[in-house]
Ligand binder design. Structure first.
Ligand code: ADP
Ligand code: GLC
Length: 483
């Protein structure tokens, strides 16, 4: 099996969120299992600054609309390729600045999607499967069925993974010509979407297999509530749609070896977690509150998806119940402002850090008692997996991957790895936190929940094998088609 991962992010090279974690960790897992796996990423400025890359000497001329752009192929080792076009990727950010998305994103990622098959041909790399991720690479499967329906790719199958249906790459219809596709594709059966173009749709209508990042989300996306207008397209492909739950890189996220936290600990000896907690309380200048005040954390993008509004609605009462709160995140301006405002009003009880800070994230996961994820929707979510591994008990909304990875605490059976609530309401969030606080103050019960959370296997072992199975299914179909 020769696999090519095509993505706009992959750790450790470049990451802005969960997508980068997933593609990077999955590749690493394939490496451990001796699977021949390649990666293609755009060559962003930040990668060039951090990693010593070699120029392969290969050049490409990629048409985007009426212009042709020169692309160069750089590599790191034998299997990692970086597709360069200075005009598009030599910038400070990946997708845009706080002022907004880069206006030429459709051209940038049309370039990249077309550069993927071009680079394969140029390098003589004929993958069995190209695994595409999110809208930035979603044109690739359609290109293989149209502009690159060539003998070279006759037996190359495609798998399209949707990490978040809330981001589809929707742009003005006049930009359709950037894709180089024939006019028959600017139709409702093609990539037309209410007069606009929808790049994710290209992948959904043409990939041999579609996946999303948890089983529950795979069901949810076929409903109007979660489908963001593409539920009909997805329902048509229900037979080819699979959910494969994300894992985390368990080497990077391991409280027993983590160099970024003040003290190390494991399931058997949690004394180090106490040290981490104490340091975090000090670092965040929180008053210690009552003896039993639980420390509740939130880490993530500050977007409507993450349930920030119901959190803000509930926060003050949660503080009055005795809890302390730490928030790390960046995102929508108005959420940032409201959170800073909350921290100002609740000095000593609420600490807010606006920004992206990986090292601080490690300290927060290690030093907190509870991780709150009241998401409106959540394709999978990695923060809850990380938290559980660090003995920080998740309190979350029962949706998508949160429902699949957290087992709600059942008091009569005394089992569970966290606490779940169903309705998207501040009141339900508060009630759920209250349930968690009750367990927290009943010491031995909490220890059991924490130990159960830490025992959850969130490695990529099982899920990477599932992807392999799906690659084989996709390839089998493609071969039968080619016969
Ligand atoms: P999403 O991909 O929707 O943003 P996930 O839970 O899947 O959410 O993944 C988010 C990843 O990004 C996690 O590894 C989380 O720790 C990290 N992360 C999110 N926001 C921040 C931040 N402000 N600083 C550091 N790490 C962050
Ligand atoms: C998206 C989702 C998140 C998921 C991540 C990685 O950003 O919002 O739930 O964990 O992708 O698949």
């Amino acid at each position: 099996m020769k696999l090519l991962m095509a993505a706009s992010e992959a750790a450790p090279y470049i990451k802005t969120g969960g997508l980068g974690d997933v593609t990077g960790a999955l590749l690493k897992e394939f490496g451990k299992a001796d699977i021949e796996a390649f990666l293609m990423l755009p060559l962003y400025r930040r990668i060039r600054e951090k990693f010593p890359l070699s120029d392969t000497g290969h050049r490409m001329r990629i048409p985007v609309g009426s212009r042709r752009h020169e692309g160069r192929i750089f590599s790191h080792g034998d299997s990692l390729f970086f597709l360069e076009c200075e005009e598009f990727f030599d910038r400070s950010e990946l997708y845009g600045t706080p002022a907004g998305d880069y206006p030429d994103n459709p051209a940038r990622f049309a370039f990249f999607a077309r550069a993927v098959p071009e680079a394969c041909a140029e390098l003589g790399l004929r993958p069995d499967v190209i695994h595409c991720n999110d809208w930035q690479t979603a044109l690739v499967p359609l290109y293989l069925k149209t502009l690159y329906d060539t003998p070279f790719f006759r037996e190359t199958a495609t798998v399209m993974t949707v990490h978040n249906l809330g981001y589809q790459g929707v742009f003005d219809g006049v930009l359709f010509s950037l894709t180089g596709l024939g006019p028959e594709w600017f139709t409702p059966e093609g990539i037309e979407f209410y007069g606009k173009i929808n790049l994710l749709k290209a992948g959904l209508i043409s990939a041999d297999i579609i996946t999303t990042v948890s089983e529950t989300y795979a069901e949810e996306v076929m409903s109007a509530e979660f489908g963001f207008g593409l539920d009909g397209v997805l329902r048509k492909r229900a037979g080819d749609l699979y959910g494969v739950v994300n894992g985390i890189d368990t080497d990077e996220w391991d409280p027993a070896t983590d160099p970024l936290i003040p003290a190390r600990y494991d399931r058997r000896d949690l004394s180090g977690k106490g040290v981490c907690r104490k340091e975090l309380v000090g670092e965040c200048t929180l008053d210690r509150g009552e003896k039993n005040a639980p420390l509740v954390a939130m880490v993530g993008r500050l977007s409507a998806q993450k349930g920030i509004d119901i959190f803000l609605e509930a926060a003050e009462e949660v503080v009055s119940m005795g809890a302390r709160i730490v928030v790390l995140g960046r995102g929508d301006e108005h959420f940032q402002e409201r959170l800073i405002d909350l921290a100002d009003r609740q000095k000593g009880s609420v600490f807010v850090k606006i920004g992206y800070d990986e090292a601080f994230a490690h300290r927060v996961y290690a030093g907190s008692d509870i991780l709150l994820m009241p998401s409106l929707y959540e394709p999978c979510g990695l923060s809850q997996l990380i938290a559980m591994r660090y003995g920080t008990v998740p309190v979350a909304r029962r949706t998508g991957g949160l429902a699949d990875t957290i087992m709600d605490y059942a008091p009569l059976r005394d089992t569970g790895t966290g606490f779940l609530f169903r309705d998207y309401r501040a009141e339900c969030l508060r009630e759920c936190l209250n349930r968690a606080f009750c367990a927290y103050t009943a010491g031995p019960k909490w220890k059991k929940i924490r130990r159960a959370a830490m025992s959850r296997d969130s490695s990529w072992k099982a899920s990477s094998m599932k992807y392999l199975d799906l690659y084989r299914i996709a390839l089998g179909r493609k071969r039968r088609e080619a016969e």
